[in-house]
Design a protein around this ligand. Structure first.
Ligand code: ATP
Ligand code: MG
Length: 271
């Protein structure tokens, strides 16, 4: 750890809507260290999914600079698990999970690992099932397994465990940490769950959304080991999270921005 995997400087994504130009976020600075799990917390609508999509190369910044690992053709070297599983309906669970291997074999992951992953995820009995036969939580686990198997250096997870029951969620959280160590992944994890952020995150950043940047970044690596520190960190994060959720959203008056980004935004004061 120590070197940076991601650096965002003065980053903004502004959408043109009927109400004017609405920043999902702006003035955002963020650094993710190589090999860490960096949890992103923040109220609904503060731009977490938008930021993750940009990190995956599925969307673009309106302003600011982004450095992250890239393939030789410029695409971000990142795998993303979205809130929806997006499984191919005509393939079985096992074939959906194995799909990534057809495109990018990783030596650390043997083909036999499909069976192991399905076992760990409690999906072994569903290996021959089709996506239409799965619950939402089961489908999401298949999606996580599929992305894990491809093992990109940068893994982007958008509330991947939100649909799972608490016991399965804790199993998967610990499994995720083991996989991170095994495959030397850098993980950016979006979650609404403060406890999940503290448990999984080496560091936790609380986003504010609009043009308000971040509240701050907490170092949570050793927090789990000391119950007093854990309680204090949890209390601090929850209080700041609640305060952030009460802040009004921001609309920037003026003409719509072009969709190709590039121009630097004028600083905008929060209302
Ligand atoms: N394509 C789009 N066009 C216009 N506005 C958009 C678009 N995508 C996102 N937004 C807006 O950007 C803001 C951030 O959305 P985003 O989905 O990133 O929030 P989020 O933090 O992931 O929320 P949640 O926690 O509910 O998933 C919201 O106000 C949303 O309405
Ligand atoms: Mg979201």
């Amino acid at each position: 750890m120590g070197t940076l995997a991601i650096r965002l400087t003065g980053a903004a994504r502004v959408f043109s809507t009927g109400n004017g130009r609405v920043p999902a976020f702006s003035g955002l600075d963020l650094e993710v260290r190589r090999g860490e799990v960096h949890a992103l917390l923040g109220p609904s609508g503060c731009g977490k999914s938008t930021l993750l999509r940009i990190l995956a190369g599925l969307d673009h910044l309106s302003a600011g600079e982004l450095t992250l690992p890239r393939h030789s053709d410029g695409r971000p070297a990142a795998g993303i698990v979205l809130q929806d599983a997006h499984l191919l309906p005509w393939l079985t669970v096992a074939d959906n999970v194995a799909l990534g291997l057809r495109y990018r074999a990783n030596r650390a992951v043997a083909a036999g690992r499909v069976d192991e992953l399905l076992e760990v995820l409690g999906l072994a009995e569903l290996a021959d099932a089709l996506p239409a036969e799965l619950s939402g939580g089961q489908a999401q686990r298949v999606a996580i397994a599929r992305t894990m198997l491809v093992a990109p250096p940068l893994l982007l997870l958008d509330e991947p465990f939100a649909a799972l029951d608490p016991l399965t969620r804790r199993d998967l959280q610990d499994w995720l940490l083991r996989v991170r160590d095994l495959l030397d992944l850098t993980i950016v994890l979006v979650t609404h769950d403060v406890d999940e952020a503290i448990h999984l995150g080496d560091r936790v950043t609380l986003l504010r959304g609009g043009s308000r940047g971040t509240v701050g970044t907490w170092d949570t690596r050793e927090v789990d080991r000391n119950s007093e520190v854990l309680a204090a960190t949890r209390h601090d994060l929850l209080a700041r999270y609640a305060a952030t959720s009460d802040e009004p959203s921001t609309v920037v008056p003026g003409p719509p921005l072009g969709t190709n980004g590039g121009g630097r935004l004028a600083p905008v004061a929060a209302r």
